[in-house]
Design a protein around this ligand. Structure first.
Ligand code: F6R
Length: 609
């Protein structure tokens, strides 16, 4: 997630801004930059990659300035590159801007700026329009120019701007993206997040939506959207910087679990138009190409592979194209049947997993069209794909994947519906029913999150078990695999997932009094069969934790504990049923004293075979 830092006053702006950016590194970023006002001239330096690259770039330059802004970028519009990195400047470099968020109407604004003002754009970003807009309104009063510019913009953003025509002030705005102003002595600060400022200040103003803040070395003035001054209480920060990075959550994993409603809304955003039709940016497969496909391979590793299992069911159902799912490390060594009528779908959070990348290259070599579902913009998988469908989960820092998985699922639903529509299989009623179910997911997840305490209480009863089974049928089986992986990777408990109908073919031999069996029973058509499987393990003395929909109470007769998820159509259940399993795994690992965000032997991005 992008980060903003700004400084004005007595001190060395370059040092303060770089130090603040380093404190925001935990949020994830792909490039960094700084703009300083030096003798009424704006100097910008930016570099792709880590902040050390930027530091090296400016290490020999004698930048003595008392006002500056900086940014760490997490690419959305345009790949990570020096040019796309922030700050962006207007045509004559009198204004510099850093921006977090998305300007929704940037295409329209860019066209207007090109046509009416002859502006030549340098980057592929949406953010550059902000610098030019402020530039055309800037007559020496930066506050006025920023007001005028933001009145033209739609979207969610936090912005900080400086101008050589108004050289002693930083103007910053918040609209649905966080912003705080730090209160110094003879200096003041702006940042997207408190940790950036903790080395310097403990007293901050929390800027609220639609507020604009003007900072000079002696004052911080906050204005509302009618330019009336707002009186804001000072907020005294009592946490240390580690707690601040996690925004009060004990671990990144928990924070990321809680970020899922937003990740899903962002992933759906702008991919469903006002008529409820699916519009997929970054995907350019014609109707004829879809008609010509003989098969789809979904290939991925770990959690992303589990998302693929759900993808197979929904693509086959809605688009009626045969789908095979494979783990990437196996796919490329089994001489898969791939040709130019094959669509290869790679799923990867990082976009750098070596096995997935190698499988993708193999499929490409054999003539397949490659579509990837990726979280990290500009990553290797994204760059080597014909079509890229981004999950907008934001950076995932905890090793155990949570929000990347649920946003991958959302992409797969959208893709299935899109292909089904293109092929004339999904009718209007089906489309509108499934789309409204997708749109309802963020609120339903919010509801499940309110049950965290209840799930923690269940975790207290079971966290000492050393063997856990996850069972389910149909889509529940795919989620069982993911629930089991989540538990084993962070708690080191030996857990095992299996299709419930397979139990009696061997695994049931392991059931004994007290064996913990987490049983997913959400699929309406399979409910009775699943209850029979639960009864089978119950008869062997297993302790049963059921996961079910609120309207199916039969399970209570057989399970020792039940976690209910809100009602939804069966196809979208995985997005909901995985949430209690993530929370459960988290609390079990916490009770066992494990290193949740960095489990032993695991890495976030597996770039070796
Ligand atoms: C599990 C987990 C891993 C990853 C796998 C693929 O929580 O995170 O199983 O899903 O290593 O990684 P990506 O999605 O980056 O290709």
């Amino acid at each position: 997630m992008c980060g903003i830092v700004g400084f004005v006053g007595e001190g060395n702006a370059k040092e303060v801004v770089i130090e603040g950016l380093k404190r925001l590194e935990y949020r994830g970023y792909d490039s960094a930059g700084i703009a300083l006002n030096i003798d009424n001239r704006i100097e910008v330096r930016k570099h792709v990659g880590e902040i050390v690259n930027l530091e090296k770039l400016i290490s020999d330059e004698d930048f003595d300035s008392n006002i500056g802004i900086g940014h760490t970028r997490w690419a959305t519009h345009g790949a990570p590159s020096d040019i796309n990195a922030h700050p962006h400047v207007n045509s004559d470099s009198t204004v510099a801007v850093v921006h977090n968020g998305i300007i929704e109407n940037f295409v329209e604004l860019r066209e207007m700026l090109q046509k009416d003002y002859g502006i030549v754009f340098r980057s592929e970003t949406d953010s550059e329009v902000i610098a030019h807009l402020i530039g055309i309104y800037n007559k020496g009063d930066l506050l006025d120019a920023v007001y005028k510019a933001t009145s033209k913009m739609r979207g969610a953003y936090a912005i900080a701007a400086i101008s050589s025509d108004d050289p002693d002030r930083i103007v910053a705005v918040r609209k649905d993206a966080p912003l705080v102003a730090g209160i110094g002595k003879g200096c003041n600060f702006i940042a997207s997040d408190i940790p950036a400022l903790l080395k310097y200040v403990r007293e901050v103003y929390l800027i609220e939506n639609d507020e604009t803040v003007v900072l000079d070395k002696n004052s911080i003035v906050i204005y509302d959207d009618n330019r009336k001054v707002v009186d804001r209480d000072v907020f005294h920060v009592t946490w240390d910087s580690d707690a601040a990075e996690k925004e009060g959550y004990e671990h990144f994993m928990l924070k990321e679990i809680y970020e899922q409603p937003k990740g899903i809304s962002d992933t759906l955003h702008r991919r469903i138009d006002e008529n409820g039709e699916i519009k997929l940016d970054g995907i350019d497969i014609s109707k004829e190409e879809l008609e010509g496909l003989s098969r789809i391979y979904i290939v991925a590793c770990g959690t992303a592979y589990h998302a693929g299992l759900v993808g197979k069911t929904v693509i086959e159902k809605y688009a009626k194209i045969p789908v095979e799912v494979d783990v990437a490390s196996e796919f490329r060594y089994r001489d898969p049947f791939v040709d130019d009528r094959t669509l290869f779908i790679a799923i990867s959070q990082s976009g750098e997993t070596l096995d997935t990348l190698a499988a993708l290259r193999e499929a490409k070599r054999k003539g397949a069209r490659v579509l990837s579902i990726v979280n990290v913009v500009g990553s290797s998988v994204a760059r080597e794909s014909d079509d890229v469908f981004y999950t907008w989960a934001g950076p995932e820092i905890a090793v155990a994947s949570t929000k990347a998985y649920t946003t991958q699922l959302v992409c797969l639903y959208l893709l299935a519906l899109y292909m089904g529509r293109q092929r004339g299989i999904v009718d209007d009623d089906t489309l509108s029913r499934v789309v409204s179910e997708l749109e309802a997911l963020p609120d339903k997840i919010e509801y499940i999150l309110t049950k965290e305490k209840d799930i923690e209480n269940i975790a207290r009863k079971i966290y000492k078990n050393n063997n856990v089974f996850y069972i389910g049928r149909g889509l529940d089986c795919a989620v069982a695999y993911e629930g089991s992986l989540k538990l084993k990777e962070i708690s080191y408990i030996n857990s095992f997932a299996i299709a419930a109908g397979e139990l009696k073919h061997g695994t049931i031999a392991l059931m004994e009094p007290g064996t913990l069996v987490i049983s997913l029973a959400t699929q309406e058509k399979l409910y009775e069969k699943m209850i029979s499987n639960i009864v089978e393990v119950q008869a062997r003395g297993a302790f049963i934790l059921g996961i079910s929909k609120v309207n199916t109470k039969e399970i209570e007769k057989h399970a020792d504990e039940v976690i209910y998820i809100p009602h939804c159509i069966d196809d979208v259940v995985p997005v909901l049923s995985v949430i209690p399993l993530q929370i459960l795994a988290y609390h079990i690992a916490r009770l066992r004293g494990c290193n949740i965000d960095k489990p032993k032997n695991l890495a976030k991005s597996v770039t070796v075979e």
